[in-house]
Design a protein around this ligand. Sequence first.
Ligand code: CUA
Length: 282
Amino acid sequence: MFWAGVLILLAVTALALYATFRPEERTLGRPRLLLIGGGLIFPMTVLTALLFYGVRTGHALLPLPGRPDVFHVEVVAHQWWWEVIYPDVGGRPLYAANEIHIPAGRPVDVTVRSADVIHSFWAPRLGGKIDAIPGHSNRIRLQADLPGIYWGQCAEFCGAQHARMGLVIEAHEEPALQERLARLAAAGPAPAEARGAAAFQTFCAGCHSIDARVRGTGFGPNLAGLATRRMLGAGVLANGRESLETWLVAHQVLKPGNRMPTLPILEPAERAALLRYLEPSR
Ligand code: CUA
């Protein structure tokens, strides 16, 4: 298509130059043939051929059912974070947030929904974007040819913190992906951290689940395996023990208007217990 396009461009440019600089008395031998042949028949033939080619190629790119090697993941956009659901990991769904793990080298169908307003799911290096519309389910097929990190971003203005609605997509070789999902399924809080557990129950559990197998209310991001995530607050801070503490204290400064209420001022020992409870594996 590119080389055919170049040829046509050169021919048209040559004719335009000829028309501009030709001596006045000279005309092309058969202007009528040029008009009808070059102006009507040629473009109609080319465009018709391209139409059939384009329809076929476009159809092959659609996320149609029936391909056995497709990896499925669901994404629910919230103001302002991404809920991630792996619908079938060993026969049950797993819930996660703001980070998607996919296989490299095979197609991934992402089913996109919204919990509130219109958002748009966009992973620039993996393909097009698709809107997340309340009450509607959209699907896009992506593929990461190589393992690695691919950043995503909400691409439809969805409120004050639209710009801070980032997403991490990590593509793995098949065994590494299975290992990652198994680790997510098994992730849990520190079992012996009673004081942290009590604080979590009081302040966090109303919105957050900390078990990837349990969705909970879904008001806030699932926190299972939090320590292994790259970012906090949907792309606001690089993850780490210190930044988690910063987030707990100052998230309304870092991301004003986000749905998480400001925590009451915990005394340092209680906050430390909550942090240990949230991140046993760091
Ligand atoms: Cu969500 Cu913009």
